[in-house]
Design a protein around this ligand. Structure first.
Ligand code: SF4
Length: 350
């Protein structure tokens, strides 16, 4: 007997080919392949035993040949503002997070691409955790699948790779995950509704740009000056701002700059003016983000008035800028916060 295979780790095209070959080799009618395929992403089931349209014998055979890999739910937190945060436990004990943010018109899911992160941005809770490992493609997309299994009405309309990890340092898995998220036989989420957020991993930006789909790119800029950026983002040493901006100029699709406002570090009028000139050159929008707790305790958030005045400076310079509301502050919804909190709790639980 062949070893069990994980169909959820394959692109929908590869999964279809694998299922079709198996259905043929098992002497089953061809329509069974379509029924099986539909249960991976389009009408997902948690286990083959739940696919009631299939004969019992076939369900048992599928459990043996293609068991459906799952993420265990470690914790779920619900904010008073509707934001939900999920802590997933992986088979080897690692933990990653996703955050589901509903608004009137969309449900955005922020997903993780790595357990921990090697890049050590000083303002980030995940950065303080260090790198644990890359996620497999199925572990990335399973964050969406598990939410659909819990409640099909919660299926996200938008995906952002802004959870734990740097997606472009896990390109092979993220590449496959993007295909599964976008393909009509996969989750069918439009490419314009899928945003990859990077600190500026230049080779990864080039790979993403080479894909034909209109995936969005967000660059975690956080400072328009190389020296200032280096102080809060060590990656500036390897991929300097000027190279990141040059790669962004080649992207030829809509770009967003993410910008966490930190008092006295990156929030002066001059910072706003330089940021505006960079954004104008690329036609980039700017998302201004309040600093969440969990990073270096020495960093202080810019206050509300400072954030609004920074935004107004950008608008004065003709740059589209919005202040992203803090969501789920009561549930540690920023990247890495829940993981850090649960890790602190673990000894007490034991
Ligand atoms: S902000 Fe992103 S890249 Fe930087 S440490 Fe956190 S997870 Fe890593």
């Amino acid at each position: 007997m062949d070893a069990p295979r994980n169909l959820l780790d394959l692109t929908p095209a590869d999964a279809r080919a694998t299922i079709s070959a198996w259905v043929t080799a098992s002497g089953l009618p061809a329509y069974r392949a379509r029924q099986v395929e539909a249960r991976l992403w389009q009408r997902p089931v948690g286990a083959w035993t739940e696919a009631m349209e299939l004969p019992v014998l076939l369900r048992d055979q599928l459990e043996a040949a293609f068991p459906l890999a799952r993420l265990a739910t470690g914790a779920v937190q619900q904010s008073t503002d509707g934001t939900q945060k999920f802590l997933w436990e992986l088979a080897d004990g690692e933990k990653v997070e996703s955050v589901l943010i509903p608004t009137a018109s969309r449900r955005t899911l922020c997903i993780s691409s790595q357990a921990g992160c090697a890049l050590g941005c000083t303002f980030c809770a995940t950065g303080r955790m260090g790198f644990r490992r890359n996620l497999a493609a199925w572990e990335i997309v399973a964050q969406v699948r598990e939410i659909i299994l819990r409640n099909p009405d919660d299926k996200p309309t938008n995906i952002v790779f802004m959870g734990m990890g740097e997606p472009l340092l896990n390109w092979p898995a993220v590449d496959t995950a993007l295909t599964i998220l976008n393909a009509p036989e996969g989750l069918g989420i439009g490419a314009r509704h899928i945003t990859v957020s990077t600190v500026g991993i230049v080779p990864g930006m080039e790979r993403l740009a080479a894909r034909p789909e209109q995936f969005r790119l967000a660059i975690s800029l956080h400072s328009p000056r190389a020296d200032q950026r280096l102080a809060i983002m060590p990656i500036e040493k390897k991929y300097p701002l000027r190279e990141v901006l040059a790669a962004a100029a080649n992207f030829a699709r809509r770009i967003t700059f993410e910008y966490v406002l930190i008092a006295g570090r990156n929030d002066t009028d001059d910072d706003a003016a330089i940021l505006a000139s960079l954004a104008r050159k690329l036609g980039a929008h700017v998302n201004l983000l309040p600093l969440h707790p969990g990073g270096d305790p020495a960093l202080v958030p810019t206050d509300g008035r400072g954030i609004r005045s920074f935004r107004d400076r950008l608008l004065d310079h003709g740059v589209e800028a919005v202040v992203r509301r803090s969501r789920g502050l009561d549930i540690d919804a920023a990247c890495g916060q829940l993981h850090v909190k649960m890790a602190r709790r673990e000894p007490q639980v034991r």
